[in-house]
Design a protein. Structure first.
Length: 120
């Protein structure tokens, strides 16, 4: 696994745990679990993107069109996984607390943007 991808995943996992802990301490364990689900959705969708988009290596990476297409398809995978997992959580978890779910999701996705800024 690429070191940058590993850095993102580690920090996303840490943010997810922190969000779950804060939600649990401030409200309830259902809020904590909801926050953890939100973070895990962001992590899973990021993994889907990385798995598909970063498969373009070696000779293929030198072809700009193939590299671009791999990124586009990776974004499609990420979007599909995100929709699927949010749907699954909303359909199966009756005690879902929406605010911690979405806040943890956004905080976890924010780690990705921090990683992009870190590269510059």
């Amino acid at each position: 696994m690429h070191p940058q991808v590993r850095w993102i995943l580690i920090w996303q996992f840490r943010v997810t745990l922190l969000a779950g802990l804060l939600a649990g301490l401030l409200t309830s364990w259902h809020a904590a679990l909801s926050a953890v689900f939100g973070g895990l959705i962001a992590i899973a969708s990021g993994l889907a993107y990385a798995w598909r988009a970063l498969r373009c290596v070696g000779a293929e990476a030198s072809d700009a069109r193939k590299a671009y297409n791999a990124q586009v398809v990776g974004e499609g995978y990420k979007f599909a996984v995100t929709l699927l997992l949010f749907t699954l959580v909303f359909k199966t978890y009756a005690q879902l607390v929406a605010l911690p779910l979405f806040l943890a999701y956004v905080a976890t996705v924010f780690v990705y943007w921090i990683a992009l800024l870190k590269q510059r």
